[in-house]
Every structure is written in structure tokens, then in C-alpha cells.
Design a protein around this ligand. Structure first.
Ligand SMILES: Nc1ncnc2c1ncn2[C@@H]1O[C@H](COP(=O)(O)OP(=O)(O)OP(=O)(O)O)[C@@H](O)[C@H]1O
Ligand SMILES: [Mg+2]
Length: 256
């Protein structure tokens, strides 16, 4: 089995009217199949850039990216993406928002309708299939985005601060839900966040990026047993890892 993804010596430079913006430098990172990796780093350090590069949406200036053994040179078919804001289409129902991926990718509609209903149950929004996004809470909208990202059954799920806009309690609940979904489906996940405790709670490994141009500063392994629950966050091991990561991040400037 090849690695889920393998990034080697990645450099990303944006061209802009104001001149080149050096976003990532020499980033190397590898994930095993089914691994959950969280990424922390100061605002503007290149986290979203890293995700877009993995999704094949940005060409590397230097270095290479492989997803399940395949060199990435354009949009990667085997990934699902959950963006920071749910970006749902307001004129489409929940079910039709999820099925949009199926239309765009020209997949079999009937088979994927069954999958869509299965995912709707998995994330706990059954009964809302025919509601419109404005009729849902922020947490429910993010659940729809997760269904949409998983509908074509990608082995790799990329999540860019998916719960950043939610209140603290909803966010904790979504973390528990995401862990449950991950334990059920065993996708490889790259999860970007500004929250150290969220990063640790979810991950097998936490990667810390430096200020721009983003470089890998530290990688912490989280060996806490699963399933983790809210009590996990009070365990000495959890508190210790969070403290270490906070010091690592503070040594290089505040998170936001
Ligand atoms: N299309 C673009 N053109 C030029 N510069 C860009 C572009 N997209 C991002 N950048 C710049 O690249 C750097 C990294 O951006 P990126 O969005 O990856 O940061 P980030 O770590 O995700 O930040 P945040 O935590 O605020 O979401 C920033 O300085 C940003 O201004
Ligand atoms: Mg970002």
C-alpha cells in the first residue's frame, strides 16, 4: 500500500500584481492510509495553500506531491474537500447540494442517491434532506459539506478550518461527530485548524508550520486511545501535548 500522500520539498510561490508571494518552502510530509493529521500554524503561513496543492489546484514551484502513489499534476480525483465556510448553494436542497458532486463528476445518480441518504444518516441530519441551507444551523450546514465531500467515496479528505465559524460547544460536538465518522469510514484526513486542543483531540499526528513561507516546524504524535471523549481533554497526556504545542507556536509568534 503506498502512502496516502507524500509531499517532498514543496515550494509554492504565488504570482500577484504586487510581486511574488512565497507561501510554502521545503515542506515534506507523508501520511499513512487512514491516518488523521492536523495542521496548526499562524494566520497566512500557507495552511490553505498546502491543502490546495494536495488537491492539485496549485502547481508546485519545486518538489513533488503524490496521492496514493499517483503524481499530482491537476485536480486530484480521489480527494474530498470541506472548506472553511460551508459554501452551499442556497437554491438547492440539502440532498441536491450533496448530489452536486455526483452531477459534476458525472457519476451514477441512483447508486449515489443511496450513498447520500446513508451519509445523511451518518452525520445525523436525516429528516432535513429537502430543507434549504438557510433553514439549517451552522453546524448542520457543515455536516452537509462533509456529506458532499464524502459522496464520491474519496480515500483522502481535506478539511480547511471546517468548524472555525461555530460556537465552542457546537464545535466540541462536531469534533466528537467527526471522530465517529472517521472511526466508521477510516479516511485519511488532513485537518487544518487554529485550535490547538481541536488539533490534538482529533489527530494521530499534529504538524506545526512556521510563519510564511510555511515550513514544518514540529510534528507531535498523539498516542491517546480512541474513541476519545470530552474527558480526554482533561487527561494529563492531553494537557501536556497541548502545552508543548502552544509553546512551539508561541516561540514563533501568536496564532492569529
Ligand atoms: N491567490 C493568491 N495570490 C497571491 N497570494 C496569495 C494567494 N493566496 C494566498 N496568498 C498568500 O499566501 C500566503 C498563504 O496563504 P494561505 O491562505 O495558505 O494562508 P493560511 O495559513 O491558510 O492562513 P489563514 O490561517 O488565515 O487561513 C498568504 O500570505 C496569502 O496572502
Ligand atoms: Mg487558510
Amino acid at each position: 500500500m503506498p502512502s496516502a500522500f507524500e509531499i517532498k520539498g514543496l515550494r509554492i510561490v504565488y504570482s500577484s500584481k504586487q510581486g511574488p508571494v512565497h507561501a510554502l518552502e521545503g515542506v515534506s510530509l507523508q501520511a499513512e492510509d487512514g491516518e488523521f493529521i492536523s495542521v496548526l500554524g499562524p494566520s497566512g503561513c500557507g495552511k490553505s495553500t498546502l491543502m490546495k496543492a494536495l488537491a492539485g489546484l496549485l502547481p508546485p514551484r519545486r518538489g513533488s506531491i503524490r496521492v496514493y502513489g499517483e503524481a499530482v499534476s491537476g485536480p486530484t480525483p480521489g480527494v474530498g474537500i470541506v472548506f472553511q465556510n460551508a459554501v452551499l448553494m442556497n437554491w438547492r436542497t440539502v440532498l441536491d447540494n450533496i448530489m452536486l458532486q455526483v452531477e459534476v463528476r458525472r457519476l451514477d445518480r441512483r447508486a449515489h442517491l443511496v450513498r447520500a441518504r446513508d451519509l445523511i444518516r451518518l452525520v445525523g441530519i436525516e429528516g432535513f434532506e429537502h430543507h434549504y441551507p438557510f433553514q439549517l444551523s451552522g453546524g448542520m450546514q457543515q455536516r452537509v459539506s462533509i456529506c458532499r465531500a464524502l459522496i464520491h467515496d474519496p480515500p483522502l479528505l481535506l478539511m480547511d478550518e471546517p468548524f472555525g465559524a461555530l460556537d465552542a460547544l457546537t464545535r466540541e460536538m462536531m469534533n466528537l461527530e467527526l471522530q465517529r465518522i472517521w472511526l466508521d469510514r477510516r479516511k485519511t484526513v488532513l485537518f487544518i485548524t487554529h485550535s490547538i486542543s481541536e488539533a490534538v483531540f482529533l489527530a494521530d499526528r499534529v504538524v506545526v508550520l512556521s510563519r510564511r513561507p510555511g515550513q514544518v516546524r514540529a510534528v507531535a504524535r498523539v498516542g491517546l486511545p480512541r474513541p476519545r471523549d470530552l474527558a480526554t481533554m482533561e487527561s494529563p497526556e492531553f494537557v501536556k501535548i497541548v502545552g508543548e504545542l502552544r509553546r512551539e507556536l508561541q516561540a514563533h509568534g501568536p496564532l492569529e
